[in-house]
Design a binder for this molecule. Structure first.
Ligand SMILES: [Zn+2]
Length: 686
C-alpha cells in the first residue's frame, strides 16, 4: 500500500483551513483523515475514526485541552473540521478510573463534555483515543490486517509480522471496556507505535498527522506482504452448469425469494433493492466447493453486522433452462436463512431477558455461484453499502484462507454488535417512507406528467427508473432526481427496446414493483377520412405501447411472486371523445379495457392494474402554443381555458402524479380509473 501523502497538498489544505480560522492541528487532522477515508482497503462506510489532542477555546473563551474526534454521520473521505467535534479531554481521561461504565452513560458523558453542544455524537471509540497519550491517533479496519488477524492463531501472526512494534489487544466489543483494556496493553510498552485489535482492526499513533498516517500505511503494507507469502491455493471450484442463466432472469427470482410479507397490511411486502457485483475474485469465492463453510463463518470486522448481517445467503448456481428448479431452491434457501436468523435472535435475546426487538430477518448479501454477489438494502444506497462490505469480505476471507483459515468473532459477540444500541444508532431511526424498497418504472418520463410522477414516487421512498424515447433527457432528469434514479432510452413501439429497457432496470435494482405506463402522443383526424396508417401508428403507441410495457413488467413481477402494480395513463378521450380525436381516443379506449383485463387475469397473483384519466394538463401534448391557440379560438383567457372545469381549477402534472401515487399505495384497489380533470360531467365514468 502506497502513502497518499502529498506535501504541497497537505500544506495547501492546512493553510486554507488556518486562514479560515481553524486550529492548525485540526486542519492537519482533516487532511490525513481524508486520505484514510478515500481508500476502501482501509475504511468503508463508517468503519474507522481518527482524533487529535489539542487546545481550543470553549464557549466562554477559556483555553481548554480537547480531543477532536470523528463524529457520527461524517464520511472520513470528505470530512470537514465540523466532523471532528471537540470534547474536553480531562473529563474523558477521568473516566479511566471507573470500574465500569454503561454505553448509555458513556454517550451521555461524551455529549456533556462537547465544547459545542450542537456537535454530532463523538465516535463510539472516543475513549480509546482519549486513553492513549499520543496527539494523533488513527483507526481503520484495513482489509489486509483483518485477513492476518481473523485466524485461530491471529495473535501469533500479528506478533510474527509486527514484533514489538504493535501491542495486541484481545477482542472486546467497542466501548469503555475495550478502551480501558487497550490503554493497559499500551502501558506495558509505551514504545508501541500502535495497537492491533483482535478480529477488529488497527490503531496507529503519531506526534503529528503524518507520522500516525505513515505508520498506518506501513503496518498495512507489512500485513499485505505477509499475505503474499506461503499461500495455499483457494478456492477449489465446484462443477458449474454448462450455461448460467442471465442476470435479468435470476435477479427477480432472488429478489422475490428474500421479500417478506409485511405483517402490517395484507398484500404488502417488505422488499429490498439489489446491487450486483462480480469479477474474478468474487467468482473464485462464490464458486468454491467449501462456500458453505467459509462464507458462513461470520463477519471480517464487527461493525459489518449492521449492514450485512452475520452471514450471506448462499443459493445454487442458476442453470440456463433450469430456472423453475432454481426458483424453488432459492425460496427454500431464503426460508432457511430466515429460520436460522430467528433462531439466532431467540438464542441470544434470551441473554438480555428478551429485551431486544428483532430486526427484519431477510439477508443483506446473496452469493450466487456462476454469477457473483448481490448487496441488498431498503434503498439503493444501502444495497451499495452492503455490496461494498461484501466485496471487502470476499477479499478478506480469501486472503485469510490462503494463509490459514478464516475465523470471526463468536456468534454471541456478533449479536452483541448487531443489537448494540450505539451501532443501530448509525442507521438512524427515521420511519421508512411508504414505498421504501420498491422499484418504480415510469415511461414517457422526460415529459411533464412522467417526470412529476417519477419525482412523487422518489419522494415516497421508491427507487425510480425513468424510461423515455429521448434517452439523453431521461438520463438528465434521473440525475436531477439523484440517489439511485436511472434514465433509460426506451421506444415502447419496439418490443426489443422495451425488453432491453426492463433488463437495464433489473440490472440496476433487481426487479420491478410498480410501472407507470405513461408514454403517449396525440393524433387527430376525422374518423371517416383518416388514413389507416395514422390510426395504426396511434395504436402502436397508445395501445400496443402500453401492452408491451405491461407484459414486460408482468413477466418480472411473476418471477418475483410478490404482486405488483400496473398504472396506465389513459385519457378523457377514452370515455368522452372529442371531435376529430378518434385516432387518439380509440387506442386509449382499448387501453382502458387493457387495464381491466390485467386486473382480471393477474389479480390472483397480487398484481393490481389501475388507470388515471386526466385532462387538459400542460405538457408535451398540450403545449403553451396550443393553449394560446385554443383559448383564442374559444374567445377566453388562457387561465379560463385551463381552468374550464367544474371546480374552476387548472389541473397540473403534479395532480396526476399524486393520483398515480395514491393508486400505488391503495393495496385493495384494482381495475380502478381515477379521474383527474377538475370535474367534467360529460367525461364522468359511470
Ligand atoms: Zn473499529
Amino acid at each position: 500500500m502506497k502513502s497518499a501523502w502529498v506535501e504541497h497538498e497537505a500544506k495547501d489544505t492546512v493553510a486554507r483551513y488556518v486562514d479560515a480560522g481553524v486550529n492548525p492541528d485540526l486542519a492537519e487532522r482533516v487532511y490525513t483523515t481524508r486520505l484514510l477515508g478515500r481508500d476502501p482497503k482501509l475504511v468503508l462506510h463508517g468503519g474507522g475514526n481518527t482524533s487529535v489532542k489539542t487546545h481550543g477555546k470553549d464557549l466562554l473563551g477559556e483555553d481548554t485541552e480537547v480531543l477532536c474526534v470523528k463524529g457520527s454521520g461524517w464520511d472520513m473521505g470528505t470530512i470537514e473540521p465540523a466532523g471532528l467535534p471537540a470534547v474536553r479531554l480531562q473529563a474523558l481521561r477521568k473516566l479511566r478510573g471507573r470500574d465500569s461504565l454503561s454505553d448509555e452513560d458513556m454517550v451521555r458523558v461524551q455529549r456533556a463534555n462537547l465544547i459545542d453542544p450542537m456537535a454530532p455524537n463523538p465516535s463510539v471509540e472516543t475513549l480509546l483515543h482519549a486513553f492513549v497519550p499520543h496527539r494523533f491517533v488513527d483507526h481503520t479496519h484495513a482489509t489486509a490486517v483483518l485477513s492476518l488477524i481473523d485466524q485461530p492463531n491471529g495473535e501469533d501472526l500479528a506478533r510474527e509480522v509486527y514484533g514489538k512494534r504493535m501491542g495486541i489487544v484481545p477482542y472486546i466489543m467497542p466501548g469503555f471496556a475495550l478502551a480501558k483494556k487497550a490503554a493497559e496493553v499500551f502501558e506495558t510498552n509505551p514504545e508501541f507505535e500502535g495497537l492491533i485489535l483482535a478480529k477488529h482492526g488497527i490503531f496507529t499513533f503519531g506526534a503529528d498527522a503524518r507520522e500516525a498516517y505513515e505508520t498506518m500505511i506501513e503496518m498495512v503494507t507489512l500485513a499485505e506482504q505477509r499475505l503474499r507469502e506461503r499461500r495455499k491455493p483457494v478456492f477449489i471450484s465446484v462443477q458449474l452448469p454448462q450455461q448460467i442463466a442471465p442476470r435479468a432472469a435470476v435477479a427477480p427470482i432472488l429478489r422475490g425469494a428474500v421479500a417478506l410479507p409485511d405483517d402490517n397490511a395484507e398484500g404488502a411486502w417488505r422488499r429490498l433493492v439489489m446491487e450486483f457485483r462480480t469479477g474474478d475474485a468474487i467468482l473464485n469465492f462464490v464458486n468454491g466447493k467449501d462456500i458453505h463453510r467459509y462464507s458462513q463463518a461470520g463477519v471480517i470486522t464487527p461493525d459489518h453486522t449492521i449492514r450485512t448481517k452475520d452471514w450471506p445467503l448462499v443459493v445454487a448456481a442458476p442453470a440456463e433452462g433450469g430456472l423453475d428448479a432454481f426458483r424453488a431452491a432459492a425460496r427454500q434457501a431464503a426460508q432457511a436463512f430466515v429460520a436460522k436468523y430467528r433462531a439466532y435472535f431467540e438464542r441470544h435475546n434470551a441473554r438480555f431477558d428478551g429485551g431486544k426487538t428483532m430486526l427484519d430477518p431477510a439477508p443483506r448479501v446473496i452469493l450466487v455461484p456462476g454469477l457473483g454477489l448481490y448487496g441488498l438494502g431498503r434503498s439503493k444506497k444501502d444495497a451499495r453499502i452492503a455490496a461494498d462490505l461484501a466485496e471487502a469480505a470476499v477479499e478478506g476471507i480469501t486472503d485469510a484462507e490462503a494463509i490459514g483459515s478464516f475465523e470471526s468473532i463468536s456468534e454471541a459477540d456478533m449479536f452483541d454488535c448487531e443489537y448494540w444500541s450505539l451501532e443501530q444508532a448509525k442507521l438512524g431511526t427515521a420511519k421508512a417512507p411508504p414505498l421504501a424498497g420498491q422499484v418504480a418504472v415510469v415511461t414517457g418520463a422526460a415529459g411533464a406528467i412522467g417526470f412529476a410522477t417519477a419525482k412523487a414516487f422518489t419522494a415516497a421512498g421508491a427507487e425510480v427508473a425513468l424510461l423515455d424515447l429521448d434517452g439523453e433527457t431521461a438520463k438528465e432528469k434521473a440525475k436531477q432526481i439523484g440517489g439511485g434514479a436511472v434514465g433509460v432510452r426506451c421506444d415502447v413501439t419496439d418490443a426489443q427496446s422495451v425488453r432491453d429497457a426492463f433488463a437495464v432496470v433489473v440490472e440496476a435494482f433487481g426487479g420491478v414493483d410498480i410501472v407507470v405506463s405513461n408514454a403517449g402522443a396525440a393524433w387527430q383526424g376525422r374518423i371517416g377520412e383518416v388514413d389507416e396508417a395514422t390510426l395504426r401508428e396511434s395504436f402502436e403507441l397508445n395501445f400496443y405501447g402500453h401492452q408491451r410495457v405491461a407484459q414486460a413488467a408482468t413477466k418480472i413481477m411473476l418471477a418475483q411472486g410478490t404482486g405488483g402494480c400496473l398504472l396506465f395513463n389513459v385519457s378523457k378521450q377514452a370515455v368522452n371523445p372529442g371531435p376529430n380525436f378518434g385516432p387518439y381516443g380509440l387506442p386509449k379506449a382499448a387501453t382502458l379495457f387493457l387495464v381491466r383485463q390485467y386486473a382480471l387475469d393477474y389479480g390472483a397473483e397480487g398484481i393490481r392494474a389501475n388507470a388515471v384519466n386526466a385532462d387538459r394538463i400542460r405538457s408535451g401534448l398540450l403545449t403553451d402554443d396550443f393553449i394560446t391557440e385554443r383559448s383564442k379560438a374559444r374567445g377566453v383567457s388562457e387561465k379560463d381555458y385551463m381552468s374550464g372545469n367544474l371546480l374552476g381549477r387548472e389541473v397540473t402534472a403534479q395532480d396526476v402524479a399524486q393520483a398515480f401515487l395514491a393508486q400505488a399505495l391503495a393495496l385493495k384497489t384494482t381495475a380502478d380509473v381515477t379521474t383527474v380533470d377538475g370535474g367534467n360531467i360529460a367525461a364522468a365514468l359511470r
